[in-house]
Design a protein around this ligand. Structure first.
Ligand code: C2E
Ligand code: CA
Ligand code: CA
Ligand code: CA
Length: 284
């Protein structure tokens, strides 16, 4: 369920954040919020399906409006994209999460236990067209002392494919800097297999709409199984998001899906809580 917006329900825009009672967020409200640092981040663990070892964290943006409360990303990301504010939002998300990650990633797993944990960051379609992107990402990583190989950049299927030629160029440059690329919400877009093969992704994420249906729907299970097989035949790591039950996790283990993420494992949490979760998780 979306965060509650009581002011909206009453059709009573407060503080100019909404231009209409329907809930449209204005560019002014958003850019003021960026200036006032009203955005924070939460972290959701991603674990190995088989055994549950921590593989990494995905960082998700949160907006705490002083009077309206929590505004969910589904409402503000599109506004930021439309009004050219997304690069600033990405920069703030990166700074907060890289600082946290640089500080706590080393203690999250002994290096002897395989690949180090990663930090997954969502990138918007708009950013792929920005000439600053490669420079912004590499310089922020450098400033925080995080190697790009520890970062996974998540792109949605539709956004990655909007302009295949330009995307290929940008994604290749990011890949050459060492960043890992993940195709988010896989199965919901319109990309052809050919584009998937041509673009330098190292991971696909099965969209939660399929995963959440896995226990109820044979069709959803067929889709999941085919995506896992497709991913593996292309040498990609496959992550399932939206894992809400133990039964779903067992099904994913059976299909040999690599990684899992979802409320059954952990909800997105502020940095402090994520560390507590990690402590309990590693003691198990
Ligand atoms: P996404 O990248 O597909 O992220 C997964 C969404 O599913 C998150 O919603 C997460 O809280 C939610 N989720 C995780 N596990 C479960 C589960 O088991 N069940 C259900 N029902 N949901 C689950 P959230 O945080 O509301 O973010 C929504 C979308 O907003 C994200 O979808 C992403 O596309 C976008 N977004 C969030 N933060 C950022 C950001 O910093 N930059 C950009 N460009 N987009 C962002
Ligand atoms: Ca994502
Ligand atoms: Ca997703
Ligand atoms: Ca999504």
């Amino acid at each position: 369920a979306m965060a509650e917006l009581p002011a909206l329900a009453r059709g009573n825009p407060i503080d100019g954040a909404y231009s209409r009672p329907t809930g449209e967020i204005s560019a002014e409200a958003m850019s003021r919020a960026l200036e006032d640092r009203q955005f924070s981040v939460v972290y959701q663990p991603k674990v190995v399906c088989d055994g549950g070892m921590l593989a990494g964290f995905e960082v998700l943006a949160r907006w705490h409006h002083p009077t309206l409360g929590e505004i969910p990303p589904d409402r503000f990301i599109a506004v930021a994209e439309r009004h050219d504010l997304i690069d600033e939002l990405t920069a703030q998300v990166l700074d907060q999460s890289l600082q946290w990650f640089a500080r706590h990633a080393p203690e999250s797993r002994p290096p002897a236990l395989g690949d180090p944990v990663t930090l997954s960051v969502n990138l918007s379609a708009r950013s792929l067209r920005s000439h600053q992107l490669v420079e912004t990402l590499t310089s922020r990583c450098q400033a925080h002392g995080v190697d790009p190989s520890r970062i996974v950049l998540e792109l949605t299927e539709t956004s990655a494919m909007e302009d295949p030629v330009a995307s290929l160029d940008m994604l290749t440059r990011l890949r050459m800097k060492g960043f890992n690329l993940s195709l988010d919400d896989f199965g919901t877009g319109y990309s052809s297999m050919l584009q998937l093969v041509r673009l330098p992704f190292s991971e696909i994420k099965i969209d939660k709409s399929f995963v959440m249906e896995a226990t109820r729907s044979g069709e959803a299970r067929s889709v999941i199984r085919s995506i896992v097989d497709l991913g593996h035949s292309l040498g990609l790591q496959v992550t399932a998001e939206g894992v809400e039950t133990a039964e779903t996790l067992h099904y994913l283990q059976d299909t040999r899906c690599d990684l899992a993420q979802g409320f059954h494992i952990a909800r997105p949490m502020p940095g402090e809580r994520a560390l507590l979760w990690l402590q309990r998780h590693t003691e198990k």
